[in-house]
Design a protein around this ligand. Sequence first.
Ligand code: GLV
Ligand code: MG
Length: 289
Amino acid sequence: MAKAPTAVADMTFLDLEDSVAPAEKVQAREKVVNAIRTQDWGDRVLCVRINAWDSAWTYGDVIDVVGRAGERLDEVMLPKVQSAAEVVALDLLLTQVERQVGLPVGHVGIEAQIETARGLINVDEICAASPRLETIIFGPADFAASLEMPVLTGGVAIPEYPGDHFNYVFSRILVAGRANGLQVIDGPFLKVRELDELRSFAQRTRVLGYDGKWALTPDQALVLNEIYSPTQEQFDRAWDILEAYRVATEERGTGAVMFGDEMIDEASRKMAMKFVTRGERAGRRRSPR
Ligand code: GLV
Ligand code: MG
């Protein structure tokens, strides 16, 4: 937890779930509350992963942690979400805790992890279950276990498989998330020392349109920031598309215009906008011409 604020990441979550042993679950809450209240988290989104509803700890995690963390806690993450009702239950509980401790109702957002077969079947309803939902996340390790796949490491390439064994799952979650205006995030890559393998594996969800991926270490975060941010060349091109389109629509009154050898229109503006907003967040500026 002490190292977490030093990682260059847009978001950090402190875990109460699978990285905490059952005997430590209750004491861990205190440590998490303390870290939230006393460490300097900068402008990152700050989240706590609570335990899933199939455990004994979910309600206690919310009451103890959200009830004492104060307003710096932005979100809670709910793992192993199987149905929309689980998100609704969390939403209701958060509302009571917020009222009790004087936080604005709706202050705490929800991130939901899809990591079971049933969760994937219900992903559409899950993504529409609460206005608190901000992000939907794929959890490859639990998902591989839930599907009983013959692997011992979740979320890595399987060379024997002719293609991407998770392509359907990635796409399914992406569509459900986007249909409900959510951010969509890929889960962990467990081989923490294999940064080149991470780089190549992360391309799968980046190319599909995911917003980012979990990092388990500060080194993974550096690789992922690079992969999920537009290159300078992409940023400059997107910036120029926006400018050419603005001139066309506002100054010349046309809807479609040539940009080099390509026709651009309103759809091009939407595509370019994503690159520009992401690029600006990553600190990019239009290079001098
Ligand atoms: C993450 O929680 C995973 O199970 O991959
Ligand atoms: Mg998991």
